[in-house]
Structures are given as structure tokens and as C-alpha cells.
Design a binder for this molecule. Structure first.
Ligand code: ADP
Ligand code: ADP
Ligand code: MG
Length: 677
């Protein structure tokens, strides 16, 4: 076995590989770019070498620098992870030339499977079923059009060099063909520098089912069953599970054997995945399922943990053993499936805005309770909840790399149990500072289609209504949570003494306090009353109820207007706005607190005293003496801690007198203006 390896990647996969290396007593060398100087993968490895600028072409794709780093640190082998150089046959060859072991297949296998068209010609010879289509070398326009007409519509044009869901166009009719071809070729040349295409029949109700294969240098090759990766957006995977729902033993065996035949046709060594597109006439009707070869990915796949969870095996360990010349640890007849596993990809992106990637800082990053980063144990069953990530709270998601933040993997005895665990784990995942798809993932797994395993690649479009622009908590519960959290925070700051606090508590007279919010683009107010009997009547929009709350660890149990929830609230400054993120078991949402300092506006029945809640500078007054004001109307702007805060009228009333001028410094608790309510 190797003593030291270099990991030519970053993020979660670099951390994942390092974890297994540590387990096996192998030293690790990380490489990193400028942007990743403080990254987690650098910290978890034993040594680290800076290889260049933040852009991948200046660092993670610069293989001369990477090979030099391996030489300088005495690494014996290079693990390429996925993406970057993992499917680059020149890099694999260069490793060999430098006397390093490339932890992956032979360069010849990478090359054979590198172009979709050429690999299909090979598979045809190996007897692996192919999607009806055209994958010839002749790229004559008229010929391509004739082939598409022959195949029939809808047809799919694919860039032969494509990957990552790019360079694909669905064509619905002969008339659309020329335009679709032109745009596909444009994308292909821009993304892959090669505009050769192939044409496939667009399979109906397609499911993406792939087979994990493993070969060794002794001529053995096995399959580690299937993964269903049908839930996709932009032809990219969102959720992956194993085993595939509705799979029969006989279909599994046929697909497994076809995948092994594919691998053997290219003398495959190491971990690989043979991707099939599966046609079905209805859902959950295995007898109608027909599978066709799509492509082979000659590397470790992002979704490999679901296979680890159902087999209890560590695939990175297998990669290292095979690369160091050992035979496969198990034979086909020893391999078994245990239970069901699902992986959710947590990405920095906005599902409500076309899944556009987002950047930002993980101001809050709380993970579900899990056996964090646990490599499946040797008893055969993996962890119930596992998180593979490469980031920590406080880290930034930069624009240079992938938008994937973490992978959440759950395992259960049945699909239902795994699903319930996934829902729970997603509800415990708390990210503030970055837009992510966490809520969207919860919506998907709760759809009828996903829950009942009616899977195909159009699931997200089909369930559109249930997935986008959903509000899981509602205004009343959200606002009540923010109010409760504010009171709780203030009490904590002020040592729980209601009589010395400035939060509206009065021994005599009823105090009211108004909170102004913007929720889904609309303004709302919540009016809290500090009643004599210590109860807290609260009015949120039209909803009237009594607010109560108690602390429970890092959360609050709140009760308001017939709703109960254990909530956690985090405040995030967004420019001049104070955005509160509310997390509850039902879901998470966000609400803008318009005047975070408006709780300054405590109003007593006897008259209005509007005070500054903390030291700051008066920026401006929006009103003058004698003005009539409505509840929630901005009265003044104060600046504190480089942030501007608008102070709004706590109730309808009349401004009697302004007590300061713009530019004045005001101490905490000083009266800003006199308001008659
Ligand atoms: P990539 O290299 O980008 O992963 P693939 O050939 O693996 O490209 O296809 C990506 C996805 O596109 C598949 O997972 C599937 O959802 C869809 N797809 C590919 N081929 C077909 C087809 N012939 N019919 C229907 N959908 C397809
Ligand atoms: P899979 O087919 O294994 O599910 P995808 O094709 O969705 O994987 O993802 C592989 C892609 O991940 C690469 O093509 C690349 O764009 C991206 N990638 C490469 N390296 C990293 C990394 N370290 N972290 C996250 N994403 C990466
Ligand atoms: Mg693919």
C-alpha cells in the first residue's frame, strides 16, 4: 500500500479521499489555489502545496505544477477526485511518465470512453444495448438531419465531448432541427472545444440508472449494483438513491452484466460508472423497463456514498487497494444490498431563479445530527446520516468552483425510512449567508411523485407547482418567531430583570411595541402588548393570539395562535436590511425586519416616548413636528455600527416635537421625539 498520496482536487471530494487515507495510515498531500488557501481540504491533509491562482486553469488543471508538488513531497500516487483532471488521459499518462501511480483507470480506458460517439461504437461491438441513434464520424449537416428524421422526434442532439449536462438539445420536430443543431454546436465548441455531435432518440419517461463497476489489475471486474439518479435539473443530478425503486433481480443482473461487459471491453481498472437511460411505459412497472447505454464515467462519482451505504463498503479504500496492485477485496457473489440510501446535493443556488448559482459566506452552517463524515463501518451497514462536505461555518463559497456545498446521505432499512431521515436531516440543516436549495430538496422529497417513486427525469417540471415559490411557515408563525427571539435575546442581554430593561416592561401602564416586516415582498406589522398579567398578546396582520415561548437548547419553543414550533432564528445583515432566517421542523423561511431598532418606540398609554435603543447618530428625520403618522411609518433614520436603521412609528399618532437634529449623537435610551398616540 502507498505511504503517501497527493490529492489533485479540492472541496468535499478531497476531504473524502483524505478521510480514507487517514483510516488506512496513508499520508496525504493537498494542493490548493489562492482562493483555497484557508480551505478545509488544506487543513485535513498532512501537507499542502500552493499551485497557483484561483481559476481552475491556473491551479487545479495545471498538471505540471501538480506533478512537481508530488515529486517535491515524495507522494507515490495521485488521486484525481472527480471533475478537473480525473478524466484526462494526458494527465494519467503524465503521472506514469513521472513515476507516479494514477489512482484511476488506465489512460487507454479513459480515452476509449472519453468521447460519447466513439464509446458507443465500442459498446455496440461489446453487445451492450444502445439508444437508437446516430453516432457516426460523418458530421455532414444534411446527413445529421436525415438521421434525426429517421430516428424520429423527439430526438436529442448531444455533444460527443460533452459532460455535466452541457451541450444537449431536445428537438421536437424536423422543423426545429437546424436551429437546435446550430445552438448545440455553439455550446459544444465553447465548452469542450469540439463540436462533433451524436443524435439519440429522446427516451420516453426516461430514468437515469447507473451501475457502479470496479475492476482490478488481475482481470477481475464486479458491479456494486445500481443508483437511480433520475431527479435532475438542467440534466444534472439533484437526488440519487440506491437501490433503484422498482428494480427486479433479473433486470439488476442484466444491467450489472452489461456494465461489466462495457468495462471489460476497455480493460477497466478501478472505480467506474456505466450510465444507462431507462425507458418505461408506466411508473413502477419493471416489466416495461428497457435500458440503453449512455456513457461511462471513468472516475469516482459524486454520488458514490449511496453505494457505500447499501454495501457497507468504502469505495475509496477499494480504489487505493486496486491502484496499489491488490486484487478486489470481494467477488460478485459476496456482494449484497442492505436497505436503502438517498443522497441530496446541497448546492449554493436559487431554485426560484432558474437554479442560478449563488456565492456568499456560510455565516451559519449547522449540520444535522449525524455520524459526521463517517466512512461506512466494516459491519456491512453504513451510517444512518452522513454528511460529506469541504466547508466549515465562516467559509465562503467563491465564484471559481462548483456550487455544491455538501452532500447529505441517509440510510434506512426501507425507502420510506430513508426518506423520513432525509426530511429530518434537511430540516436540521441550517445555512445563513448563502442561498441554497435545502428547502427545495425538502419540497421535492415530499411530492407525490418522489414519495411514491414515480421517477423520471421530468419529475421537477411535472411537480413544478409543488416545488417553486413555496412558503413553508406562513407570516404569523414567522413573525411570532422573530418577536419571541427578539424578546428572548433582550432578556438574555439584560439579565432577565424586567424592571431594569428597556424592552417595554412597565410596572404601571400597558406598553405596546410594533415590529415592521417585509415578507415575500409585502409590508406587515406585528404589534406586541406587554400586558399587566405578564401575558404577551400579539397581533400579526389579521391574526390575533397570545405569544409564549421557552428556551430549549439553542432553540425556542414558541406557541402562537394555535401553532406550536421549535424554532431557531438567525439575523443576517443584508446591506441596510436586517433579514431574519427562521428555521422550524416544518421548513425554513426568511423575513426582513424593517426597523430593527424600532423597538425603541415604546409607547405608553399616557403619551409617546420614542427612544434611541443604542448609541448612534441621527441621520435624518422623515417627519416634522405636527405631522400625523400611521403605525409603521418611518420617523427617523439612525446609524449605528456602520448600519442604518429606520425607526418607525409604533402606532398611529401625531409628532409633537423633534428632540434632536440630524448629525447629533444620541445615547442609548434618550428620547428622540415626542409622539402623541
Ligand atoms: P453528461 O455527460 O452531461 O452526463 P449524459 O449523456 O450522461 O451526459 O446525459 C445526461 C442526462 O441527460 C441523463 O442523465 C438524462 O437525464 C438525459 N438524457 C441523456 N440521453 C437521453 C436520451 N436519449 N433520452 C432522454 N434523456 C436523455
Ligand atoms: P457525477 O456524474 O459523478 O454525478 P457530475 O457530472 O454531476 O458528477 O459532477 C462532476 C462535476 O463536478 C465535474 O464535471 C465538475 O464540474 C465538478 N467538480 C469538479 N471538481 C469538483 C470539486 N472538487 N467539488 C465539487 N465539484 C467539482
Ligand atoms: Mg452523464
Amino acid at each position: 500500500m502507498f505511504k503517501k498520496i497527493l490529492i489533485a482536487n479540492r472541496g468535499e471530494i478531497a476531504c473524502r479521499v483524505a478521510a480514507t487515507a487517514r483510516k488506512l495510515g496513508i499520508k496525504t498531500v493537498a494542493v490548493y489555489s489562492d482562493a483555497d488557501a484557508q480551505a478545509n481540504h488544506v487543513q485535513v491533509c498532512d501537507e499542502a502545496v500552493h499551485i497557483g491562482g484561483s481559476e481552475p486553469k491556473d491551479s487545479y488543471l495545471r498538471w505540471e505544477r501538480i506533478l512537481q508538488a508530488a515529486k517535491d513531497t515524495g507522494a507515490q500516487a495521485v488521486h484525481p477526485g472527480y471533475g478537473f483532471l480525473s478524466e484526462n488521459e494526458d494527465f494519467a499518462n503524465a503521472c506514469a511518465a513521472a513515476g507516479l501511480v494514477f489512482i484511476g483507470p488506465p489512460a487507454s480506458a479513459i480515452q476509449a470512453m472519453g468521447l460519447k460517439a466513439a464509446s458507443k461504437q465500442l459498446m455496440e461491438k461489446a453487445g451492450v444495448p444502445l439508444v437508437p441513434g446516430y453516432h457516426g464520424a460523418d458530421q455532414d449537416l444534411a446527413l445529421l438531419k436525415r438521421e434525426a428524421d429517421r430516428i424520429g422526434y423527439p430526438a436529442l442532439i448531444k455533444a460527443s465531448a460533452g459532460g455535466g449536462g452541457k451541450g444537449m438539445r431536445v428537438v421536437n420536430s424536423s422543423a426545429e432541427f437546424a436551429d437546435a443543431l446550430a445552438s448545440c454546436k455553439r455550446e459544444a465548441i465553447n465548452s469542450f472545444g469540439d463540436d462533433a455531435v451524436l443524435i439519440e432518440k429522446y427516451v420516453q419517461r426516461p430514468r437515469h440508472i447507473e451501475i457502479q463497476v470496479f475492476g482490478d489489475t488481475h482481470g477481475n471486474c464486479v458491479y456494486l449494483f445500481e443508483r437511480d439518479c433520475s431527479v435532475q435539473r438542467r440534466h444534472q443530478k439533484v437526488l440519487e438513491e440506491a437501490p433503484a425503486p422498482g428494480m427486479t433481480e433479473s433486470l439488476r443482473q442484466q444491467m450489472g452484466e452489461a456494465a461489466v461487459a462495457a468495462a471489460k471491453a476497455v480493460n477497466y481498472v478501478g472505480a467506474g460508472t456505466v450510465e444507462f437511460i431507462v425507458e418505461q411505459t408506466g411508473y413502477n412497472s419493471p416489466e416495461s423497463m428497457k435500458f440503453f447505454f449512455m456513457e461511462m464515467n471513468t472516475r469516482l462519482q459524486v454520488e458514490h456514498p449511496v453505494t457505500e451505504a447499501i454495501t457497507g463498503l468504502d469505495l475509496v479504500e477499494w480504489q487505493l487497494r486496486v491502484a496499489s496492485g491488490e486484487p478486489l477485496p470481494m467477488q460478485q457473489s459476496d456482494l449484497r444490498i442492505h436497505g436503502h440510501a438517498i443522497e441530496a446535493r446541497i448546492c449554493a443556488e436559487n431554485p426560484d431563479n432558474n437554479f442560478l448559482p449563488a456565492t456568499g459566506t456560510l455565516q451559519v452552517y449547522r449540520k444535522p445530527v449525524c455520524s459526521s463524515f463517517e466512512i461506512p463501518n466494516t459491519s456491512g451497514i453504513g451510517a444512518e446520516v452522513r454528511i460529506d462536505d469541504g466547508v466549515r461555518e465562516g467559509d465562503s463559497i467563491s465564484p471559481f468552483y462548483d456550487s455544491m456545498v455538501a452532500k447529505l446521505i441517509v440510510h434506512g432499512d426501507t425507502r420510506e425510512q430513508a426518506l423520513a431521515r432525509l426530511d429530518e436531516a434537511l430540516s436540521q440543516t441550517r445555512i445563513v449567508g448563502l442561498t441554497t436549495n435545502v428547502q427545495f430538496l425538502r419540497h421535492i422529497i415530499r411530492t407525490d411523485s418522489f414519495a411514491t417513486a414515480k421517477l423520471d427525469t421530468a419529475l421537477i417540471q411535472r411537480e413544478e407547482k409543488a416545488l417553486f415559490e413555496q412558503e413553508p411557515l406562513g407570516l404569523a408563525l414567522t413573525a411570532a418567531s422573530v418577536v419571541a427571539n427578539t424578546l428572548h435575546r433582550e432578556a438574555a442581554l439584560k439579565g432577565h430583570d424586567p424592571f431594569s430593561s428597556r424592552d417595554g416592561w412597565r410596572a404601571y401602564g400597558v406598553a405596546k411595541r410594533t415590529f415592521s416586516f417585509v415578507f415575500h415582498g409585502e409590508a406587515h406589522t406585528a404589534v406586541l402588548t406587554y400586558a399587566h398579567d405578564c401575558s404577551l398578546p400579539l397581533q400579526v396582520g389579521e391574526v390575533q393570539g397570545e405569544l409564549s415561548y421557552r428556551e430549549d437548547g439553542d432553540a425556542l419553543h414558541i406557541s402562537f395562535a394555535g401553532q406550536l414550533a421549535r424554532v431557531q432564528v438567525f439575523h443576517e445583515a443584508q446591506g441596510h436590511d436586517d433579514v431574519a432566517h427562521v428555521f422550524a421542523p416544518q421548513g425554513a423561511t426568511r423575513i426582513t425586519v424593517v426597523d430593527s431598532l424600532a423597538h425603541a418606540g415604546e409607547v405608553q398609554e399616557a403619551g409617546g416616548r420614542l427612544t434611541a435603543p443604542m448609541p448612534g447618530k441621527v441621520v435624518s428625520f422623515a417627519v416634522a413636528a405636527g405631522d400625523k403618522v400611521k403605525a409603521g411609518q418611518p420617523l427617523a433614520v439612525m446609524e449605528a455600527m456602520k448600519m442604518e436603521h429606520t425607526i418607525a412609528a409604533p402606532a398611529d399618532g401625531e409628532v409633537l416635537e423633534l428632540l434632536y437634529a440630524p448629525g447629533d449623537q444620541v445615547a442609548e435610551g434618550e428620547e428622540l421625539l415626542k409622539l402623541k398616540v
